[in-house]
Each structure stands twice: as C-alpha cells, then as structure tokens.
Design a protein around this ligand. Sequence first.
Ligand SMILES: O=C[C@H](O)[C@H](O)[C@H](O)COP(=O)(O)O
Length: 337
Amino acid sequence: MALPAEIRPETRSHVDSNASPRESQDNMLLSKRLSMITTAIPQTGPGALATPTDKPVLKSLKSPIPPGELSVIERSKQLAAWSAVDDYVKPHYRVIGIGSGSTVPYVVERIVNQGAEANKDRVFIPTGFQSKELIVTSGLNLGDVDQYPTIDVTLDGADEVDTQLNCIKGGGACHLREKVIAEAALTFILVADYRKNVERLGTNFKAGVPIEVVPFAYAKVLGNLHNVLGSPKAHLRMAVAKAGPVVTDNGNFVIDAPFDEDTMKDPYTIMAQIKMLTGVVEVGLFCHMATAAYFGNQVNTLSTLPGLSMFNFLSMAQDGSVTVKTNDGQVRQVESQ
Ligand SMILES: O=C[C@H](O)[C@H](O)[C@H](O)COP(=O)(O)O
C-alpha cells in the first residue's frame, strides 16, 4: 500500500499537558527517537515504506534505551505498551486503532519497531489530534474510522482501570473519539503505568468523570449533575494556556464530575444515567469494553546512603514487570529479560 498523499512525515513533538518537567523531558526524548526511526524510512516515491528499517523486531522486553534515561513512571508505561503490542498487534492485522495519552507514544514506538515490511499494508486510525500526529510523524499509514469501521485491535491509555476492566478516560478530553474507535475494534486493549491500576474507579484519579457536552447545553447539564445525579462539585474544565473552557477536537466542552465511592462502585449505572442527559455527547466511563489491561510496575526498595547506614530511605524502581489483567478475571505478571 502506497502512503496516502496527505502523509508528510515531519518532526513534531508530543505534548502532554499534564506532564511534570521530568515527564516532559522523557516525552522530548521519545519524540526524538521516534523521529530518528522515521527518518530511516523512505518517505516518498515508489519505494515508500517498502524497505524495512534497520530496527529489528524486538523479541524481548529488554530496553535498548540506556538505564536511567527514562524515569520510573515512563519506563513503566513503556514496558506496558511494548508487552501489549507484542501480545495483540499480530502480524496479519491490517487496521489498528491508536489511542491517546502519555503511554500511547510507546505503543507507536513498538509498532514502528516491528519494521516497515510489517507496517506497509497496515492503516492506523487515530483517536484525536495527538495520535494523528504520532501516526503521521512515525511514517505510518493514516486512515479514519469512516473508511475502516471495523478495526482489528485498538490500544489506548486510561486514567484509571478497575478490577472488572472498567475505566475512566478523557483526562485529555479525547474520550468521544476514543469510545468510537474502541467500539469499532474487535479487541480493545488498555495500557498504563502502575498508578492507574486500582480496585475501584476514583481511587487515585480524583478529577471526576469527564463528560463531553455540546457548548450551549453545558449549564443545563451542570445543573442536572449537581441537583439530580449527586455530583455537587461537577464543573466545566477550563483551559490552562487559553482564557475560557477546554474545547475538544469535536468543538465541544468538557465537564468533570466527581462522584462518591458508592456511586463509583457501579460505573455502568452512573455512565448510563449521565448519557441520558440531553446535551451530553459522551461519558468518559468505558464499561465492559476492554479485553485486557497492561500496567508497568514499580517496586519500593529500601536503600542506605553510602557510609551512613543509619539513614534508610525508600526509592522507587521499575522492576521490569508488567501486570496483565484480562476480562476473564485473570491476573498475570510478565517479566522483562
Ligand atoms: O482523553 C485522554 C485519554 O482518555 C487518555 O488515554 C487518558 O486521559 C490517559 O492519559 P495519560 O496517559 O496521559 O494519563
């Protein structure tokens, strides 16, 4: 398959608006590496993407990145993404959904590492601006869900995932397109770091359930959430580097609605109730949708300062393992080599 004319790989960086300075540095490193991989791929002419890159398919989870280059959290995201790609992006798959968030660049990284030959006949469907940029920048073929309404597998990040694989999504305001791309997929896989792996939704992610609303209905929906559905702190999400509200890729607003513990024990019910409010476009609760969720882990290590054995401190490390939860209730550990 020749590259569609609109694909013009350029070096663009992935911006994670929630990233800490360390995470931003990690993201810049990743963008740099992705663009280095991309420049190895012929971009135009009859030979476009026909020659494999010099990157072999990595069979193990051993990182080619020098130790210490990625933070513990970034390495956790990377291992989760790589394991998921290795298990679920099968050689014969042709249509692949690419989700949003800070773990997804590592999904693309691993897919690119499968080689140009593996990717030349594939088409990748984005869930928003960020993933579209990732696909284009990586020299992969871009498609849309209206051309490819059946997707072999979609891999996506999450804000939190519970034991039933229900999840909160939409921290980056992408959940409408994400849900469409997830529903269009025969298999939907979540990737995240250990902080997102919880018993009950709302444990660490306190911002609330993201709700995309049409702009003219936001005040009415806020009233419904405050007075009828029991979320007195529901509020319009405001932009950080712009005056006014966050506007989604679809031109809508986002409301964040925190609910109490009891409500979050049954995410499907509250999801259905919110969705019934007129003016709501989509709710960032994805229930009974994922086949598996991959979480990179960390360990706490008790260390001692050299020469000061009385001072112990806890330091965190990526222990090279990934926890995999599947929709049949099983949990297993994958160890990197
Ligand atoms: O709208 C954004 C998406 O649902 C993301 O997948 C989710 O917010 C997780 O993003 P991150 O990995 O950046 O925390």
